[in-house]
Design a protein around this ligand. Structure first.
Ligand SMILES: [Zn+2]
Length: 288
C-alpha cells in the first residue's frame, strides 16, 4: 500500500498531534490509519503512515486524535494477511519520523493494547461497552467505569562538580535487561501514593544508593516501549554529597559511573527519547 506524505495536511488547522476520542465524524478515506498487529504498527510498504482507504471497508476504527488537523484512527488487526504493508515496532518508527507522528503512533499502540486487555468487567465479568467520545469503557451490568490509565515513570540526570578545572560530571547507568549496552539515566515507575519528586528520591536511593538535591523539572514524554500508557517525567538534580560514589544492586543495574560532561560515552539512549534530550541539555548547560 502507498500513502501520501503526512505533511500534506491543511495548514489552517492545529499543527502537531492532538489526542482525541471524538473526531465528530466517521473515518474518511484520506484520514490517517494506524493498524496495530500484536505490539507492532502496520505502515505502508515504504514505512510511512497508511490511509483509511488502504484497509478493507469494514475495518472497525477507533479514534486517536488529529495530526496537523487530519483525523487519525487505529484498528486491532489479528493478522496482516491480505493487508499489504510493513509491520514495525515503535522504536524503529520513532527513530525515523517527526516527533508528533511518533507520539501518534505511540497512542495507537497504547489505545489498542488497552482495549485488547480491558474487554471484560474486572468486577462482574460482563463485557464492557465503549463510552462514546471518551477513551474509556463502562460495564452495562454493574456500572464499573474503566478509563484508560497512564503509568507515570520518572528519570533523572544527576550531576556533580568535576575535578578541579574540569567539566561537571553526569551519572549514567547500565541496566541488566533491555538494551544492556546503553548508558542511561536512573529511572523507575511511580508508586501509588507517591509524588514524582518522591519517586526520584526513592529510585536514586534504591538503584545507586545516592541522595540528591536541587531537583528541577525538565519535561515529559509519552513512551511506547516499556508498556502501554507510560508517561515519562524527566528531572535534573545535583548529588547531595559530591564525593559519594554510586553503588548498584547488580540485579536491576549492572554498572553506574560518573562521566565528565565533555567526555560522555557514545552508547547513549536514542535521539527520540526524553532520556537523550535530558543528557544533551545537561551536557550543553555543563559546558557553558
Ligand atoms: Zn461489571
Amino acid at each position: 500500500m502507498t500513502g501520501p506524505a503526512v505533511g500534506s495536511a491543511p495548514t489552517a488547522q492545529r499543527a502537531g498531534f492532538q489526542p482525541g476520542a471524538d473526531l465528530g465524524r466517521p473515518p474518511a478515506p484520506t484520514d490517517l490509519a494506524l493498524p496495530v498487529i500484536g505490539a507492532k504498527l502496520l505502515t505502508t510498504a515504504d514505512g510511512t503512515v497508511a490511509r483509511v482507504a488502504d484497509l478493507p471497508a469494514d475495518t472497525p476504527w477507533v479514534p486517536l486524535g488529529t495530526l496537523d488537523g487530519v483525523p487519525a484512527w487505529a484498528t486491532d488487526l489479528a493478522t496482516a494477511d491480505g493487508v499489504p504493508g510493513r509491520a514495525r515496532g515503535w522504536a524503529s518508527l520513532a527513530a525515523e519520523v517527526p516527533e508528533p507522528l511518533a507520539t501518534l503512533a505511540g497512542r495507537a499502540l497504547a489505545v489498542v493494547t488497552w482495549r485488547r486487555t480491558h474487554r471484560w468487567c474486572g468486577a462482574c465479568r460482563a463485557e464492557l461497552t465503549d463510552q462514546p467520545g471518551e477513551t474509556s469503557r463502562r460495564c452495562p451490568d454493574c456500572g464499573l467505569y474503566v478509563p484508560m490509565q497512564l503509568s507515570a515513570a520518572v528519570l533523572v540526570a544527576i550531576t556533580r562538580p568535576g575535578p578541579s578545572g574540569r567539566a561537571d560530571e553526569l551519572l549514567l547507568v547500565r541496566h541488566a535487561t533491555g538494551p544492556t549496552g546503553l548508558w542511561a539515566l536512573v529511572a523507575g515507575f511511580v508508586e501509588a501514593g507517591e509524588t514524582l519528586e518522591a519517586a526520584v528520591h526513592r529510585e536514586v536511593g534504591e538503584e545507586v544508593g545516592l541522595s540528591v538535591d536541587g531537583m528541577a523539572y525538565f519535561g515529559s514524554q509519552p513512551w511506547a516501549i516499556s508498556g502501554p500508557g507510560v508517561l515519562l517525567a524527566g528531572f535534573t538534580a545535583r548529588a547531595a554529597d559530591p564525593l559519594a560514589e554510586p553503588v548498584v544492586d547488580g540485579r536491576e543495574l549492572t554498572e553506574a559511573r560518573w562521566f565528565g560532561l565533555d567526555a560522555l560515552p557514545a552508547e547513549l539512549p536514542p535521539a527520540y527519547s526524553i532520556s537523550r534530550w535530558l543528557i544533551d541539555a545537561t551536557a550543553t548547560a555543563g559546558r557553558r
